[in-house]
Write a protein that binds this ligand. Structure first.
Ligand SMILES: C[S@@+](CC[C@H](N)C(=O)[O-])C[C@H]1O[C@@H](n2cnc3c(N)ncnc32)[C@H](O)[C@@H]1O
Length: 257
């Protein structure tokens, strides 16, 4: 019986993987990786390692989740050591929980290696601390898409007056709807908003505005992007360290295909 490491690759900059995650890659026979993983990390695998692209992209899963689960179970039962490499953190909007459930159900040994999630890292690289004593003492990691059974109106109503900072994953396409619902349910129309595309990569791009005008201002921003809503966005004016000063262009290109 082999073993599976469910590893968070971090948000883009390949140096943002954990030491433990890197060690897992270095000792694996097989690496199954997703679209939002920096391919430079695959260079750390042994020469004999096999790579399987699971290619998850919005609306287009080249390998259905059930097949990925079955693959992990079967490959581990064949005796292989496997790294299942996922963008950001495997347990934050990464379906790592579903894969761990499948492994557990089949008595396959596994370890979870957390990663730096894009909801924290992309704002950090855009000069936005998601909490700050003067601006926000609460933050929520939120999905912009919810299951059909969820009441969307209620979902955004709770968030409108809930946590001070919202970091919204998978929300770009729904930005007009999200802004409209947050305003309707009580968030100030002048609340600052940032959209960060490909955070921590050498193609990072950030656009800022308010709930009232961000849709108009961010038309050119595409996936993957993090939406950050809250007063903390104002701090970017003072601490935009990466895009202004530290962007050396030395991070491997073609992170996102
Ligand atoms: C399926 S979720 C995966 C999240 C991942 N598990 C994590 O912890 O970051 C994909 C979404 O994460 C966000 N995302 C992932 N990488 C990003 C990056 N480098 N910059 C901005 N947003 C990113 C985008 O909102 C994207 O649509």
């Amino acid at each position: 019986m082999g073993k599976v490491y469910l590893v968070g690759a971090g948000p883009g900059d390949p140096d943002l993987i954990t030491v433990k995650g890197l060690k897992a890659i270095e000792q694996s026979d097989i690496i199954l990786y997703d679209r939002l993983v920096n391919k430079a990390l695959l260079d750390h695998a042994p020469k004999y390692a096999r790579f399987i692209y699971c290619g998850k992209s919005p609306n287009r899963h080249s390998l259905p989740q059930e097949e990925i689960n079955a693959l992990l179970v079967n490959l581990a039962k064949d005796g292989s050591t496997i790294t299942r490499l996922k963008g950001g953190d495997p347990f934050i909007f990464g379906r790592g929980g579903e894969e761990a459930e499948a492994l557990s159900a089949h008595d396959v040994q596994f370890e979870v290696v957390p990663g730096i999630t894009s909801g924290a890292a992309a704002p950090a690289y855009a000069g936005i601390p998601v909490t700050h004593r003067d601006y926000s003492s609460s933050v929520a990691f939120v999905s912009g898409v919810v299951k059909k059974s969820v009441d969307v109106e209620e979902y955004w109503k709770h968030l409108a007056l809930g946590p001070e900072t919202l970091c919204i994953y998978m929300g770009v396409k729904k930005l007009p709807e999200i802004c409209g619902l947050l305003i309707r349910h009580g968030r100030n129309i002048d609340t600052p908003v940032a959209l960060i595309h490909c955070g921590t990569s050498n193609t990072q791009k950030t656009v800022t505005g308010t709930l009232g005008n961000i849709v108009e201002l961010s038309k050119e921003i595409r996936n993957p992007a993090m939406i950050v809503i809250g007063e903390v966005v104002r701090l970017r004016d003072k601490i935009n360290w990466y895009e202004e000063t530290a962007f050396q262009g030395n991070i491997p290109e073609a992170i996102y295909q």
